[in-house]
Design a protein. Structure first.
Length: 202
């Protein structure tokens, strides 16, 4: 396990899952919407942990139970992309990774996927409230259409860019999604940033 906490603070549909999988192959485990590798159920969320994190953060408590319990090395998706500034204060030596994606390409993906997942929460009110809380923090509103997603994208990117300047290159890494997909130098940079030797076989 990594000594420093690691947070992937990209918005949904930014190759978060692929980045997590690559890091896990190098001994670094991240929780994706509270879900750990090996957990049963939906692919991208652990409902009970998401609800618990929502309740905790809503109280202003950023000492995430998953992290303090040593179950993982960091977080991806919510609450990482929605509360990265608060997490940086709670974990002052943590590392932050932001994967960038073309706006129009992302909007086409987000409009389909995020709207569908929002509808799927209708049968679980506490989980729906948790996602609404995190999405409002990340996007500036509980985005539900292309225009709102576009405004949220701009808001998030501007905030992350400023945040990266504040904490510096030793704690903040920005990568292009298209470069990550290609592998090579982008993966070298990712491994160097988190302090692991890259396995060329992966």
């Amino acid at each position: 396990m990594s000594k420093k906490k690691i947070f992937i603070i990209s918005l949904p549909r930014h190759a978060n899952k692929s980045t997590e999988t690559y890091l896990r192959a190098h001994g670094i485990t991240l929780a994706h919407n509270g879900k750990l590798p090996g957990d049963e159920g939906e692919d991208f969320v652990h409902p009970d942990r998401m609800i618990a994190m929502h309740e905790q953060l809503a109280r202003g408590d950023y000492n995430i139970g998953l992290l303090s319990g040593g179950e993982c090395d960091g977080l991806s998706m919510y609450p990482a992309c929605s509360h990265y500034r608060e997490l940086a204060q709670q974990y002052p030596d943590a590392l932050f990774i932001h994967v960038r994606r073309d706006k129009d390409e992302w909007l086409n993906s987000a409009e389909r996927f995020l709207s569908a997942t929002a509808r799927s929460r209708e049968g679980n009110a506490p989980l729906g409230e948790a996602f609404a809380f995190f999405r409002t923090a990340a996007f500036g509103a509980h985005a539900q259409n292309r225009e709102e997603y576009a405004a949220g994208y701009d808001r998030h990117y501007a905030g992350v860019e400023e945040f990266g300047k504040e904490i510096g290159d030793k704690r903040f890494l920005s990568l292009e999604m298209k470069d990550l997909v290609k592998g090579g130098a982008a993966l070298d940079k990712l491994c160097a940033f988190v302090g692991v030797k890259r396995n060329p076989a992966i």
